[in-house]
Design a protein around this ligand. Sequence first.
Ligand code: ZN
Ligand code: ZN
Length: 473
Amino acid sequence: MYNISDLAGRSIECDCGHRHEVLIKHMEVESGAINHLPDVCRKLFASGNALLVADDNTYKVAGARVYEALINHGFNADICMLKRPSIGYDADETSAAQAGISSPWEPADAIATDERSIVRIMVALKPDTAFLLAVGSGTINDLVRFVSSRTGIPYISIPTAPSVDGYASTVVPLLMDGFKRTVPGTYPTAIIADTDVLCNAPSPMIAAGFGDMVGKLTALSDWKLGHVLDDEYLCQTSFDMMSSAVQKCLSDPAGIRQRKPDAIKALMEGLILSGIAMMLVGNSRPASGSEHHMAHYWEMLFAQKGFRQAYHGAKVGIATPVIASVYKKLTDMDETQIKAMADAYTPVSPSVRRQRVADAFGQLADEVIAESSSVWLSEDEQKQRAHYIAERWTAIRDALRSSVPDPQEIKRLLADAGAAYSAGHINVDAGLLHQTLLNAMYIRTRYTVLRLADDIGCLENLAAEVTKEAFLE
Ligand SMILES: [Zn+2]
Ligand SMILES: [Zn+2]
């Protein structure tokens, strides 16, 4: 059921009451997969020329083989080589340090997903371009996904690193006039991931992919929470698909660090399945919860200050044990404790909330308020909500206890995989971690454990305790 090559192109009549469509027609994660590309292209596209989009590094590690494979099998192909002012693709931690990059968890200067890169691809298109090939990791796939959606020319994704879960995604985080916004793109017709290439990706990129997969642990817990507490839609098929992919990825963290082909294959499949799970339910609920909101908060703040950014997955990985600690502290409480908190609950007025968001988000505050204030409750509603939760506490706790992993265990997995696991690794100090726990819930309207803690009036206490513990170790 969860084998990705079997899932490709399937239509699933699901117990959740929906019919799910896997719109990607071919998916494979294999050693030597690039050799299968000409056959796949022949099957999917009747005829026409290809445009291969790569940068100088991804061309070197995979693009040249892709180009040769196509030419040798009678295809015509043009190359759009995006320029990056970077150090080498095979940058390891030492060369990253030599290049003046302050931490191995930060990407080298990379191609931006911006207007300039999009125009470069558009200029390379010809009237007879029949399909696009995105040879690269997140950014190149994002760019080609955008161009494909606007031109209607289909594309094949050829990942060069198991670093993000966006290969099967349909949205594009686009930088326009220096501001980042999410715009619609389209899914690839096929994903061909060659483990021979993926195993040679830079260690920090592999570690980032692992961090993003670790984040699914708390993302799934948040989904279950929304379902148990508010009867939010949960597709059990997608939920189970995601959790089994996560378990498989996390089963051999040392294998990830050592780049064992089986471990790297499980990681890449997990990242692709994560995109498929989002495609099945039509939103990012299966793959993104409070740990992602924390990561987004850091991203927004660092961008405002002009700081270097760690890889997305590094931020998500670091946030996950922090969120797991919040879960653990909450699920350790019994009904009497929660009821006492509900009785003592002091509502927060909308104007106080506005001020908190203004203080936490600076120039982005208006945008954040526009996004999240629709779920802010009136003072009376807040009191009712606290009691509503207290009455259902035993059921909520029972549902969550089994699903939330131990924070120390998550840190150990990250460390074993060679991934970042502590806020200090990405220059998040105690003050910022505390601020993040208090404000990350304002980034989206999605229900998460941070909003649960806020709803029963213990977010401030928990944030202080969790921050203290994170910096004691
Ligand atoms: Zn993510
Ligand atoms: Zn379903």
